[in-house]
Design a protein around this ligand. Structure first.
Ligand code: MG
Ligand code: MG
Ligand code: MG
Length: 308
């Protein structure tokens, strides 16, 4: 059988990359011929992790051929998946997101848990199957959990994630408050990116009814610093809106120190944002959302609810 390809979502984050590699390692223990790949560029946070471990990034792929065997991690929605996914054969999914537009022809393994991170689900799988977690796999898991839960501060973080981090700190000898903060900080450096790259670093597309929208997010230690690029960012957002025929583009600037977000909303349906958060956009098409850091829990569901 051809190699099974394992990948996370487009515009991959640390969980998508790390969980692909962790999943490859796991299925190989069962003599399954599989390979982690990725659907986009490595961001600076993930680069920090791979450099720390001195391991190569998975190979980049653009699309899959019809009938290709695949395993999805950290996503399931087709808009966020590989081009050609609906003609591929999905053997398994390990994910911690809502399930949307997912349909297969044949039975599959589908492991979904509402944890803060895909890597936490995989951590549990290693334990349940009695598979040793070495320092490299442990560091990949720890990095992914710290990234997705913003050092356990996000409302998406569960007791399972906290327990996993505790154990992974022992395995790796790393302190998440030190290693994790350095890793998160590495991801906040946007200085070398063009505005188009900034709005695409962590962009996710959603559809509700006939409405199509994108919610993009960046982490920062200084919201004003990112917001000072507002004009060029808005220009790039307008271009995405017309290129992809979007109803709405929401750009979320998340302060990882104070756990707040400022959003900028553009598009013909930007009133969705005002309804979702019961707040008016200011003259810069922006609003401050206190205590909001999670797109998955605190932004996307609220927008989808109004949009549907
Ligand atoms: Mg992700
Ligand atoms: Mg994730
Ligand atoms: Mg994320």
């Amino acid at each position: 059988m051809d190699k099974i390809l394992i990948f996370g979502h487009k515009n991959p984050d640390t969980d998508s990359i790390c969980s692909s590699i962790i999943m490859e390692n796991l299925v190989k223990k069962f003599n399954v011929n599989a390979k982690a790949v990725r659907l986009g560029n490595i961001n600076k946070e993930t680069e920090y992790v791979l450099k720390y471990l001195k391991i190569e990034a998975p190979e980049l792929i653009e699309k899959v051929e019809e009938g290709q065997n695949v395993i999805l991690v950290d996503h399931n929605e087709s808009a966020q998946s590989v081009d050609g996914r609906d003609e591929a054969k999905v053997l398994a999914v390990v994910d911690h997101h809502r399930i949307a537009d997912f349909k297969t022809i044949e039975p599959l393994y589908y492991l979904a848990k509402p944890y803060g991170c895909t890597a936490t689900i995989l951590f549990e799988q290693y334990k349940q199957n009695g598979i040793e977690i070495d320092k490299t796999i442990g560091t990949l898991m720890l990095s992914a959990i710290i990234s997705d839960t913003l050092l356990l501060k996000s409302p998406t973080c569960t007791e399972k994630d906290k327990e996993a981090v505790k154990e992974l700190e022992n395995i790796t000898g790393l302190k998440s408050s030190e290693y994790g903060l350095e890793m998160l900080k590495a991801g906040t450096d946007l200085s070398t990116y063009s505005s188009t790259e900034v709005i695409n670093l962590d962009a996710k597309e959603f559809t509700a009814d006939t409405k199509k929208f994108v919610v993009a997010q960046v982490n920062t230690a200084d919201i004003d610093d990112v917001f000072s690029r507002r004009e060029e960012l808005e220009f790039a957002m307008e271009k995405e809106i017309s290129d992809k025929k979007l109803n709405l583009f929401v750009f979320v600037i998340t302060d990882i120190i104070n756990t707040n977000s400022k959003i900028i909303a553009l598009g013909s349906d930007k009133s969705i944002v005002e309804k979702a958060f019961n707040k008016k956009l200011d003259e810069f098409d922006s609003m401050m959302l206190e205590g909001v850091v999670s797109r998955k829990k605190q932004i996307a569901p609220q927008l989808l609810e109004v949009a549907k």
